[in-house]
Ligand binder design. Structure first.
Ligand code: SF4
Length: 263
C-alpha cells in the first residue's frame, strides 16, 4: 500500500509533459523564418532612431550614443551640427568649445576627445571623407566594431550586424543564437550566418527596437509579444509555473513555496 502511494506521488507524468513541452522545438531555420515573418508584418519600417543627414553626422551621433540613449543624443546634435557642420570644422574644434555642447550626455570628456580625434584622422588619412569599411572605421578614435557596423549597415546597407545590449539580449532570449554564444562577437557571427544577407541591416533594427520597446531587460512585455509562441525565455517561465502547479496538484498541496526556490 505504501509502495502504491509512493508511485502515485511520483511526478513522472508531469516530467513527461514538461519534456514534451521542451522538445516541441523548431529547427533554427524555422525559428528564423518565424521571426522574419513576424517583424516584416509588425515592423516593416525598421530604422535607426538617431537623427542624421549624412555619414559624418551618423558617425558623430553613433559615437555619442555609446552608453547613452538615442533620445538624449538627438537632443544635443542639432546644436552640435549647427556649429560643426562638417568633418573639417570638427577637426578644428577645441576641447573647450566642444565640451559644453555635449556635456549632458554620458562620458562627455572622452567623447569630446574622440570626436576631435576622429575628425582629425579622417582629414589626415581619408581625405576628409568618412571611410565606409569596418576595418578603416575602427582605426578612428572612439570607433569600435559596433559603431563601425552601425555606420556601414545604415549608410551603405552592408550586411554587418552591430550587437548592442538589446540585440544581445533579444537574440539569446528568442533562441536565434545558442546560449553558448555569450559574447557580442559570437552573437554577431551567429546572426550574420543565419539571417539572409539582404535582411541583415534591417534585422539589426528589428532586434534593437524589439528590445527597446517590448522585450525589456527587467520586465519584458511578454503578454503583448507576438514571439511568445517560439520564445524559449517565455516558455521557461511557463514551465516553472506548470511544474509548480503540477506538483502541487499531485501532492494535493495548495502552497508549495519552497519549490519555487529550486525550480
Ligand atoms: S515573449 Fe517575452 S521574453 Fe520572449 S521575446 Fe517576447 S517579450 Fe521577449
Amino acid at each position: 500500500m505504501r509502495q502504491k502511494r509512493m508511485l502515485f506521488l511520483t511526478p513522472a507524468p508531469y516530467v513527461f509533459r514538461v519534456f514534451v513541452f521542451l522538445t516541441c522545438n523548431m529547427t533554427r531555420k524555422e525559428r528564423y523564418a518565424f521571426v522574419i515573418d513576424y517583424f516584416e508584418i509588425n515592423r516593416p519600417l525598421a530604422e535607426t532612431e538617431l537623427k542624421f543627414e549624412d555619414p559624418y553626422e551618423l558617425l558623430v551621433a553613433t559615437i555619442l550614443s555609446a552608453q547613452c540613449t538615442d533620445k538624449r543624443v538627438n537632443s544635443i546634435t542639432p546644436a552640435l551640427f549647427a556649429k560643426y557642420a562638417t568633418v573639417k570644422s570638427m577637426s578644428a574644434a577645441t576641447f573647450d568649445d566642444l565640451f559644453p555642447i555635449i556635456k549632458s550626455i554620458s562620458y562627455p570628456n572622452n567623447k569630446t576627445k574622440h570626436l576631435i580625434g576622429m575628425a582629425i584622422k579622417v582629414m589626415e588619412h581619408f581625405q576628409g571623407k568618412i571611410p565606409m569599411t569596418v576595418d578603416e572605421l575602427v582605426q578612428l578614435p572612439g570607433v569600435g566594431r559596433k559603431t563601425a557596423n552601425v555606420v556601414t549597415s545604415v549608410i551603405d546597407r552592408q550586411p554587418n550586424m552591430a550587437v548592442d545590449t538589446h540585440v544581445f539580449r533579444v537574440s539569446r532570449r528568442i533562441g536565434l543564437v545558442p546560449q553558448a554564444a555569450n559574447t557580442p562577437l559570437a552573437v554577431e557571427k551567429e546572426l550574420i550566418k543565419n539571417f539572409p544577407r539582404e535582411l541583415i541591416h534591417k534585422a539589426h533594427h528589428w532586434l534593437i527596437l524589439h528590445g527597446r520597446y517590448t522585450c525589456l531587460a527587467r520586465n519584458p512585455k511578454c503578454e503583448g509579444c507576438g514571439l511568445q509562441k517560439i520564445c524559449p525565455y517565455f516558455k521557461k517561465g511557463d514551465i516553472n509555473k506548470l511544474l509548480i502547479s503540477s506538483i502541487q496538484k499531485s501532492l494535493h498541496l495548495k502552497n508549495l513555496h519552497p519549490l519555487k526556490d529550486w525550480l
